[in-house]
Design a protein around this ligand. Structure first.
Ligand code: GLN
Length: 474
């Protein structure tokens, strides 16, 4: 039995008058309090969430409630909420309080969602295990000796352990999909530009996207419906119409053309994960999907291209933490130069420092052409691989991650091995296309996720295939 609570079950209970938003919120707050050892939350809005739940109960009684009335949502602590801390799980922002709401927060509040707290993550969203948090690692609720994946580990665990209906994460190179796969829930990364990044603390501006974690595909679609759409405060948000995602959840995949890239089923893929993913593909075929081979010839370059471009952008974005404008200022500093170096040395953790060094190196005058410019060109080729593949298929399918959740500490000492766990997820961020991870079974008792990658702005087809798998399952 999973501890999840789906929004559908809550809605039914609310409609029958068996519960109230206040009681639902109390239930989640209890589960959070009972599960503090998992370390999923950095702050919990106890009283504030209950006040809001009571207000929404009154709105429901008057028939004025919004589309997400009573949905309890946890938020990754990289998203700004007015008068709340946004720490990014970093000492450098430990005391920083956001002066405004991110667009996604505004949109959720406008539809009467109940925000229950801010969740733990790898510092500045850098990592694949949520071991890099300055506030301690997050545990996987399926097996507490294992990592939940990262960087949005806290948001993922909030849903997987029944501490919220849904959660917001961010995905720069897999940070929604990979933890979803490791904990056995649904995680969706929308198309780059689909969801406004206004109010999101940037890791890597040309890759970051905000998206939902949910216990099922329907709830993920509901959250996307509300947060998607153009926002004039984010110049990279796209003015593309948002379709009705619920219409895509038919359960049918007859005639759907799904591409299978051979390159993604080679060396390094765990046998148990492969078996679970292949079985899921078989089930879709049985239900009428047409499985076809496609080629993504630049797969061997995805990880290196991602880590060059992401660290370059991260080093530039993190330059703003100078001990003056934001966050921690060293008490030891004696002059201006000291303020910069001591504040940053004290405030940033090891992985953040590693990426700042890598990023400034690839952007430095002597190496810019060899690394940064070259990687930009390869990114273009990777995008082209996807566009070419999508000329003949509607979707691409591959594993979400090469393994199931690994042990806490297993990869912490070896950053390169850790980076390789992103092999199947970074491609969607490099190409800017939408992708979902949906549970498809287990390997050695741990959850396995299968990933569907779609055409730009075609989240509907991605959701539709995930829903068909979920409903025609095993
Ligand atoms: N694991 C990847 C990284 O370490 C992805 C991070 C993310 O998506 N935020 O960069």
């Amino acid at each position: 039995m999973h501890p999840w609570v789906t929004y559908d079950s809550t809605l039914r209970a609310l409609e029958r008058g068996e519960t109230t938003c206040e009681q639902v919120t109390e239930g989640f707050l209890r589960t959070i309090a009972d599960g503090t050892r998992l370390n999923a939350f950095l702050s919990v809005f106890n009283e504030k969430a209950l006040d809001r739940a009571r207000a929404i109960d009154r709105k429901r009684a008057d028939g004025r409630a919004g589309r997400l009335a009573g949905m309890v949502i946890a938020v990754k602590d990289v998203l700004s909420m007015r008068n709340e801390k946004v720490t990014c799980a970093s000492r450098i922002l430990e005391e920083y309080v956001a002066p405004y709401d991110a667009t996604v927060i505004e949109r959720l509040l406008a539809e009467d969602a109940i925000l229950i707290g801010k969740t733990n993550l790898d510092e500045f969203a850098m990592g694949s295990s949520t071991e890099n948090s300055a506030f301690g690692p997050v545990l996987n609720p399926v097996d507490e000796s294992r990592v939940p994946g990262g960087s949005s580990g806290g948001s993922c665990v909030a849903v997987a352990a029944g501490m919220a209906h849904t959660a917001l994460g961010t995905d720069t190179g897999g940070s929604i999909r990979q933890p979803a796969s490791f904990c056995g829930i649904v995680g969706l990364k929308p198309t780059y530009g689909r969801v406004s990044r206004y109010g999101l603390v940037a890791l890597s501006s040309s890759f970051d996207q905000i998206g939902p974690f949910a216990a099922n595909v329907t709830d993920a679609a509901r959250v996307l419906q509300v947060i998607a759409g153009h926002d004039e405060r984010d110049s990279t948000s796209a003015a593309v119409a948002v379709p009705d995602y619920s219409a895509a959840l038919t359960g049918s995949c007859t005639g759907l053309k799904i591409g299978l890239p051979n390159e993604a089923f080679g060396e390094g893929l765990d046998a148990g994960v492969r078996a679970a993913v292949e079985a899921a593909i078989g089930r879709l075929r049985d239900r009428g999907a047409v499985i076809m081979p496609v080629s993504l010839p630049h797969v061997p370059y995805h990880i290196s291209t991602y880590y060059i471009l992401m660290t370059a952008e991260a080093s530039s974005n993190l330059a703003r933490y100078d001990g003056i404008r934001f966050g921690h200022r060293s008490a030891e500093a004696r002059d201006l130069h000291d303020v910069y170096t001591a504040s940053r040395s004290e405030g940033f953790g090891a992985e953040v420092k590693r990426r700042i060094m890598l990023g400034t190196y690839v952007l430095s005058a002597g190496y810019y052409d060899a690394y940064y410019r070259k990687a930009q060109k390869v990114r273009r080729l990777i995008q082209k691989d996807f566009f070419d593949a999508f000329a003949s298929v509607d979707l691409i399918v591959m594993p979400t991650a090469p393994t199931t959740a690994f042990k806490i500490g297993e990869k912490a000492a070896d950053p390169l091995t850790m980076y390789l766990s992103d092999i199947y997820t970074v491609s969607a961020n490099l190409a800017g296309v939408p992708a979902i991870s949906v549970p498809c079974g287990t390997a050695d008792g741990m959850p396995v996720g299968v990933q569907f990658i779609g055409k730009q702005f075609d989240e509907a087809t991605v959701l539709s295939a995930a829903f068909a798998l979920e409903h025609g399952a095993s």
